[in-house]
Design a protein. Sequence first.
Length: 121
Amino acid sequence: MTDDDLANLVVEQGSDSDVLLSSHTMSLLFEQPVQEICALAVSQLEAAAQEEGTGPCSMVLLVGGFARSAYLQAKVRAALLPTGLAMDLVVPPTPHAAVLEGAVTYGRCPELIHARRRRLT
């Protein structure tokens, strides 16, 4: 960034250390990863429905830091619910905490964390 660019930012936005982006620009920045998350969720639910033969999933639990985004929640809900593959999308009040709690549990007692898949869950 040149000195002229910085001076223009100060004039346009009132600061030389902050960059203000419109909601449209922000949505464009996250469009690809959100689309990939939605496509992966749909493909995993399709595979699970075929493998188990049980029909739609009663709920999808969205956790992790990115799950706090209302934009992501809306896009995942719009991608999953109309397909009939999932009945509901659930986001806990602190979705980022699930990752943190899992990491702490694994650090303290790694034998408690293991891959598992339960029938009809």
